[in-house]
Design a protein around this ligand. Structure first.
Ligand code: ADP
Ligand code: ASP
Ligand code: MG
Length: 454
């Protein structure tokens, strides 16, 4: 029988320092089915690189580079002396310094991607040596050879068919006995320039490679032992969900559960590859398995989880011309599309539309989408009101639109709070509403208590 093939991805905290890398290496070594490892940058490094790409003065640049150096050389120092690896890291730090100097003169999304890609390059080089120290036959592989994307720097779109072909050409021929260690998050466009898939994109890389290489499972190792009923940082009462359907988990990721990048499940669903989520610090604690609804052994509950997405912006567009008129909505959405704004929630009244825009921005170069040009154009057709500092709370579940009493269970508990907008009915997996950011944690705690703790 053919052995199964697992791709394992380790996030930033799982490669944050030497001991985290050793824990992660032990997980890889314990499972001979792991054939490909995808790594994030060590925790904190991408943020420092993004800051450098924003164009800093020489003093700030030097401080940021020193911090990056400290994180990576701390790991290096705990390995037996390795002149080649030290020379590689010295070269990478020199590249970071010269690219960040260039960014201080002129920033660009392409330069940002080139600069931030060094985080994943460094962590993966160090991880290979840790595996080798443990007698594991591992090789470093530059994922940019196979992760072909378009040239939307900062949030590049992967080219699925090309990735499959490139994986066939470069990875399938590699010696099966060697473990491949590669980078998440980064890719390259057709002329070879480095791109990134957007913040948190390493999960997505693992799923894309899993699909291209026909993996049997994708393991996402992080700092929590699975997917919980809500972010355990908000309430310690959050409970682990042992198994969950693709549809529920995808909805959770889209609506703010940071544990999975929102796009991760797209390739997994398309190719029906189960995804496991566990903690690299406590692999023995088990985790969550995400798969097809048919595989779920327990009953799908009406309420599965609560998610929270901060930094939401509400636009209220009012026009008397909307009364009995046709085409106003089409007009507004055309303008928004022309400015690359993707609208999240929409509600309409007789003369106004309220819509939300997610400004958490997974774009690597965090540029604001809400530009003056957009407002100028919208103002030609309507009055525009902007409200910021809002948060979106979502209830994720099953058959929500055909289950009695959902509204009472949710809204009945919230009489102390103001709800600014609410969307219910578009999906049977989700009901969500917008609240003041400062109320969001209390609302999640209260709803969690009422729904999951009784
Ligand atoms: P990594 O660096 O490994 O990719 P992330 O920080 O991106 O890790 O994701 C893990 C974090 O996701 C957890 O520390 C947790 O705070 C957060 N999180 C948000 N919602 C959930 C949830 N429903 N279940 C588990 N973790 C969640
Ligand atoms: N290192 C990248 C980030 O911090 C990608 C990832 O960790 O998934 O966004
Ligand atoms: Mg992540």
């Amino acid at each position: 029988m053919e052995t199964s093939f697992v791709i394992a991805k380790f996030g930033g905290t799982s490669v944050a320092d030497y001991s985290a890398m050793v824990n992660s290496a032990n997980i890889v070594i314990a499972n001979p089915n792991v054939k490909v490892v995808v790594l994030s940058a060590s925790a904190g490094v991408t943020n420092l690189l993004v800051a450098l790409a924003e164009g800093r003065n020489a003093d700030v640049r030097a401080q940021h580079i020193a911090k990056i150096q400290a994180i990576q050389y701390n790991i290096l120092e705990q390995l037996p002396e390795n002149p080649q690896l030290r020379a590689d890291l010295d070269q990478i730090i020199a590249n970071i310094a010269s690219l960040s100097e260039a960014a201080s003169l002129a920033t660009s999304p392409a330069l940002t991607d080139e600069l931030v890609s060094h985080g994943e390059i460094m962590s993966s080089k160090l991880f290979v040596e840790i595996l080798k120290e443990k007698q594991k036959n591992a090789i470093w592989f530059d994922v940019r050879k196979v992760m072909r994307t378009d040239d939307t720097f900062g949030k590049a779109i992967p080219k699925i068919e090309e990735i499959k072909q490139l994986c066939c050409a470069h990875l399938k021929s590699l010696n099966n006995k060697q473990l491949i260690v590669t980078q998440g998050f980064i890719g390259s466009e057709s002329t070879g320039k480095t791109t990134t898939l957007g913040r948190g994109g390493s999960d997505y890389t693992a799923a894309l490679l899993g699909e291209a290489l026909n993996a049997d499972q994708i393991d996402i190792w992080t700092d929590v032992a699975g997917i919980y009923t809500t972010d355990p940082r908000i309430t310690p009462a959050a409970k682990r969900i042992d198994e969950i359907s693709f549809a529920e988990a995808a909805e959770m990721a889209t609506f703010g559960a940071k544990v999975l990048h929102p796009a991760t499940l797209v390739p997994a669903v398309r190719s029906n590859i189960p995804v496991f989520v566990g903690s690299s610090k406590a692999p023995q604690a088990g985790g969550t398995i995400v798969y097809n609804t048919n595989s779920i052994t327990s009953e799908l509950p009406a309420f599965r989880a609560l998610t929270l997405r901060r930094k939401q912006t509400l636009l209220t567009l009012t026009s008397l011309n909307m009364l009995y008129a046709q085409g106003f909505l089409a007009n507004v959405f055309t303008i928004l599309a022309e400015h690359n704004i993707s609208v999240d929630l929409v509600t309409t009244s007789e003369v106004s539309i309220a819509l939300t825009i997610d400004t958490t921005g997974t774009n690597t170069n965090g540029s604001s989408l809400l530009t003056k040009a957009l407002f100028d154009e919208l103002s030609k057709v309507c009055h525009v009101e902007v409200q910021e500092d809002l948060a979106l709370v979502a209830i994720i579940g099953n058959n929500l639109t055909t289950t009695k009493g959902v509204a009472k269970d949710v809204f009945g508990a919230l009489d102390e709070f103001c709800i600014r907008l609410c969307c219910y009915g578009a999906s049977s997996h989700n009901a969500c509403f917008l609240v003041k950011n400062s109320d969001a944690d209390a609302i999640i705690k209260l709803l969690h208590h009422n729904i999951f703790e009784k």
